[in-house]
Design a protein around this ligand. Structure first.
Ligand SMILES: [Zn+2]
Length: 92
């Protein structure tokens, strides 16, 4: 039962984190369109060469690679790295 509990907690934390992230993007977007557009363009250029995280689909400069229960390779950003470690995934 302990593993089920840990799994559920990780999932809940992840969902809260995704929701908080979505909300903050929306709020900033409505605040000032011109500045926000510039920020977005800069962000796109900066992360153009970045890789996409397997969990949250965000682009990041550095990915940590893990192998999941099915042996699939996951490239994870800093935030999702912690989730992978909590799930006990193997670092490659
Ligand atoms: Zn991620």
């Amino acid at each position: 039962m302990l593993w089920v509990y840990i799994g559920v907690s990780v999932l809940v934390i992840f969902l809260i984190w995704v929701m908080v992230k979505k909300n903050s993007v929306k709020e900033v977007g409505g605040a000032n369109n011109v500045i926000e557009l510039n920020k977005k363009l800069n962000k796109k250029q900066k992360t153009a060469k970045g890789q996409v995280c397997s969990f949250c689909r965000n682009k990041t400069d550095r990915l940590a690679f893990y192998s999941d229960e099915q042996g699939k390779v996951l490239g994870l950003c800093n935030s999702c790295k912690l989730l992978a470690e909590n799930r006990g995934l193997l670092r490659l």
